[in-house]
Design a protein around this ligand. Structure first.
Ligand code: MRU
Length: 352
């Protein structure tokens, strides 16, 4: 069984505190939207799909406990709280898209005169609960398309060596993972020779989380520090780089964890195909290029400390953008649950 970052049963939501991993495996209870906002903002839960699912489920558990005077009052609470959740972390598009979709759904339920307040509430909660199964199904499809794509690049080979960055696995999603889902699929069909994961400075999602998932799932893996990527590509014949995404612009430029861009540059230099694996909903058709993606800047402490231990010189200034944008021309393909798209194809696709 793979790791579970989100435990949910109607009225009860728990998230694995990812800041404590790998030393401690502790679940936190999320009872309200305020709790949801905090666990996301503090990065106790992180990864674009998991952020959206936990945010929306926090709303589901809160309204499940509450009584509303009217459907209109319920609708208003839903809109206000979803907009608040969107403010928890700005770069990933997933929470914003989920909020827009749910606000629209709440409007439809509100206008349907055949529904009581209670039915409206329960239908709304079910819509949120459906996100869990849908995310896992999408991730499995991403895995399948990603495997096919990588195999198609090397018709004479049947063992592949993949490099990934940050954490895109069960911990970053409802389960299975996106880029890590592609790796998982290759592993299940015995086509994965080896996976390399970067440490992912400054917050070490690779060393703390991806490495933990890979060891847990017995996938053959090696950890490298971020500055070893060029040497790795030169010496160990990497078949492909597969990473996740927080937001893909309509021209294919992709925001993902800081450090992704430099890996893509190195992949180009070493002739290694570089892929993004993400749900189709990560494509933000409202943004024409990566220049318009808001990049979150995180506290200095994430760079200067490891846990409670200071590793940087006192008094030094820090700059800590949490994401960077990889230009579309460095990307070989965007692997989604609907298939693999070349960056230039995105603008011609029908929106969701
Ligand atoms: O800051 P984080 O840990 O939330 O950043 C996570 C990433 O950049 C992931 O690659 C991305 O969200 C995709 S997770 C399936």
């Amino acid at each position: 069984m793979t790791l579970q970052s989100i435990r949910y049963a109607k009225g009860n939501l728990e998230v694995l505190d990812q800041l404590l991993l790998p030393a401690q495996c502790k679940y936190l209870q999320v009872k309200t939207v305020e709790d949801g906002w905090k666990v996301i903002n503090k990065m106790q839960v992180r990864g674009a799909p998991a952020i959206a699912i936990v945010g929306c489920l926090s709303l589901a558990v809160q309204i499940n406990e509450e009584k509303f005077e009217s459907k209109k009052a319920l609708r208003q609470e839903i809109e206000g709280r979803l907009n608040y959740l969107v403010s928890s972390r700005p770069t990933a598009v997933n929470m914003k898209l989920a909020a827009d979709d749910l606000i629209q759904f709440a409007n439809i339920l509100c206008d349907d005169e055949s529904l009581t307040i209670e039915t409206m509430k329960q239908r709304f909660i079910t819509r949120i609960e459906d996100m869990l199964d849908r995310d896992i199904a999408d991730n499995k499809a991403i895995g399948m398309y990603g495997e096919k794509e990588i195999i198609s690049q090397y018709p004479k080979e049947n063992q592949f060596r993949i490099l990934t960055h940050c954490n895109t696995g069960s911990l970053a999603t409802a389960g299975y993972g996106t880029a890590l889902g592609v790796i998982r699929t290759l592993h299940s069909s015995q086509k994965l020779e080896h996976v390399y994961c970067t440490e992912t400075r400054p917050y070490n999602q690779g060393a703390r989380l991806t490495a933990y998932e890979l060891v847990h799932d017995k996938i053959p893996a090696t950890l490298i520090v971020d500055s070893m990527v060029a040497t790795l590509m030169k010496q160990r014949r990497i078949s492909a780089v597969v990473v996740g995404a927080d937001r893909v612009a309509s021209n294919g430029d992709t925001a993902n964890k800081i450090g992704t861009y430099q890996i893509a540059v190195l992949a180009k230099h070493h002739n290694v195909p570089f892929y993004i694996a993400a749900p189709f909903t990560s494509i933000d058709m409202n943004i024409v290029s990566g220049d318009y993606i808001k990049i979150e800047e995180r506290p200095d402490r994430e760079m200067t400390h490891v846990g409670d231990h200071r590793i940087a010189a006192q008094g030094i200034a820090c700059w800590n953008p949490a994401f960077d944008v990889t230009p579309a021309d460095l990307i070989a393909g965007i692997i989604t649950e609907k298939g693999v798209f070349r960056p230039a194809e995105l603008a011609t696709l029908e929106y969701h």
